[in-house]
Design a protein around this ligand. Sequence first.
Ligand code: ADP
Length: 627
Amino acid sequence: MPKTKKFKTESQKLLNLMINSIYTHKDIFLRELISNASDAIDKRHYLSLTDDSVPSDETYTIFIERDEKNRTLTIEDNGIGLTEDELIKNLGTIAESGSKAFLEKLEKKDVDIIGQFGVGFYSAFMVAQKVKIQTRSPYDTTGYQWVSKGESTYQIEPIEKDTIGTRITLHLRDDDQENEENYSDYLTLETIKRLVKKYSDYVRYPIKTDTIKQTEEDDEPTTETITLNSMIPIWKKPKSERTEEALNHFYKHQYNGFEDPLHVIHTSVEGMLTYTALLFIPAHPPHDFYTENYEKGLQLYTKGVFIMDKNKDLIPDHFRFIRGLVDSADLSLNISREMLQHDRQLKKIASHLEKKIKSELEKMLKNDRDKYLEFYKAYGRNLKYGIYENFGAKKDLLQDLIMFTTNKSENYITLSEYIERKTDDQKAIYYATGSSRAQIMNQPQMDAVKDKDYEVLLFTDEIDEFMVQMLNTYQELPFKSLKQSSDDLLDDTKKEELETQEKTNKNLLKALKKSLGKKVKDVKLSGRLSSSPVCLVSGEGLSLEMEKVLKQMPNQSDMKADKILEINPNHDLFQALKSIFESDTTKLDDYASLLYDQALLIEGYEIENPVEFSNRMVKLMVESSKK
Ligand code: ADP
C-alpha cells in the first residue's frame, strides 16, 4: 500500500506556483531535470571511487523517452538514486537556499524571475499534471516510487527496480489551444533536440533519445539511439559558445546561486602545467561569508571528470569569495583527497590563479569602476583582512585594490588616487577612525586639517586600523592617524605659541592629570582644535579604536591605549578652568572628570561611570542656577 504524505508548507507554495504558472519559458523544466540527473551521476561516480557499496557504471547516461501515445516524457539516469528517506526529505521540503530566496521574491509576484532561478525538480509541474519517480539507491535494499499531482500530497511505496538510478516520468498536461500551450511539443524530437542544445549541451554525460529511422521507403523502420549533446564542458567550449546566459545558468545550478554572478573569469593555461579555470564572483557574499561556517574552495576536475567539491588549497583566503572550478589534465584521478592537499601541481595552479584574479580585479577597477565598486562593497573587507593576515605578507598584492571614502568625497578612492590628489607639502597619508562617516566628520580632531586642505581617509571598518599597521607606508608615505598625538600638522609659530602656553599653565595641567589619575597618560594643550573644547587622542601603539575592537574579542587581555586629553587653549572653557583653578580648586575634580567623559562621548566610546557623570553634571547645573 502506498503511504500518502503531505508536502511541507514552503514546498506547497512553490508547487502551487508551478501548477498555476503563466510563465512563458516552461522549457526550463527539462534543463532542471537533466541537471539533477547529471549531479546524481557525478555523485555516484565520485562515491564509487571511495565507497565499496557503490558500484560504478561504465555507461553513465541520461536517457529521454518520448511516448506520444501515453503523452509521457521520461528522463532516466543511472546516477546515485534516492533512498526512501531522501525522497521524503529532498523532494517533500525545500531545504535549499536558492529556492527559499526564490519564494521570498515570489511574494512580490514577479513571474518573470522564474527563469533566473534554479527552481529545480518542482518545475516539472509547469508541464506535467502528474509526476512519477522510480528510483533505487545503492544504500537501500529496494526501489521506491513517488507519485504526485503537485497538489498537497504525494504517495510513496516500495517497488522492484533492478538498476541503481532514477526514472522520472512526466504525464504531460493537455494542450490548451486557446492559450497556445502546446505540451505535445515536448514529445517531438525537434523540440527535445533544441532544448538540450540550448540548455544542456555541456552536460558531461551523454543525453540520449530513441528515434525512428527509415532509410529506404520499403524498409522496415528501425529504432536508432542518438546522442543530443556535445558533452563539451562549458569551460572547454570556444568563447563564442560560452554565452553569458549559459555561464550564468551553469553558475546558478552548480553553486546554488539565485542571482547571476557579478563577474566571470575564464582562463586557460597550456605548457608545463595545463589547466582551465572557470571562476565566478558572486554578486553578494553568502550570509555566512564573514563567519567561520563559510567554506572556501574550488571544484576540481580532471579531463572533465569531477574529482572533489571544495579544494581549499586552490584559493587563498583573501580571495575566498571566488566560486568555480579548475580542470586539469595533469592530475591523476586516483589520488586520494589527502594527497591532493599536498600536490605541487595544485600549488602552482593556485599561485597562477591568485595572480589572474588580481589582474582581473585591477582591470575591472580601471575599466568598469561601477562594477568594481559593487565588488568592493561586497568583499572589500575581506581584502583588508587579507592585508592584515600573516603579518602583511600579501600587502603588495592587495594594497592597490582597497578603497576608502574621505573627508572630501563620499566616493571611494584608492591609495594611489589619494597620493595623486594630495597637496605638495603633505608628508603623510592621514586617516581618521570612527563608526560612520558622519561620526568621523563631527570629530574635533578633524579641525586640524580644515585649514590645511588635507584629504583624510575615513576608516569605518574595525579592521582598517589593524590593516594599516601592516601597510605601514604606501609609496613611501607613512600613514598617520588624526587621533594620535602629534604636532606635525602645526607650523612653527603655532608650535612655539603652544609651548609658551603650556609653560604658563603647567600647574593647571599637572593638577588635571593628577585628578584624572590612571585614566590618562597625559593632559596637554592642543594645537589641533578650533571650535571644540577638548579631544582625546592616543599615544604611540594601540589606538583608542583598536582598544575598543580588542575589548570585544573573546579571550583578549585588557590591552589599553595610552590616552591623552587635549584641551583647546583658545576656547572659553579653558578660561573657565583657569579661573576655577585660581579660585576654587575643590571643583577641579568635577571639571576634569566631566571633560574626560565628554571627550569619550564625542569619540563614540562608553563612559565608565554614567551615574557619576550625571551626578557631577546635575551638581554643576544646580550651582550655576544659584548664581
Ligand atoms: P536542487 O537540485 O537545486 O537541490 P531539486 O528540487 O532539483 O533541487 O532537487 C532536490 C534534491 O532531490 C536534489 O538535491 C537531489 O538530492 C535530489 N534529486 C533530484 N533529482 C535527482 C535524481 N535524478 N537523482 C538523484 N537525486 C535527485
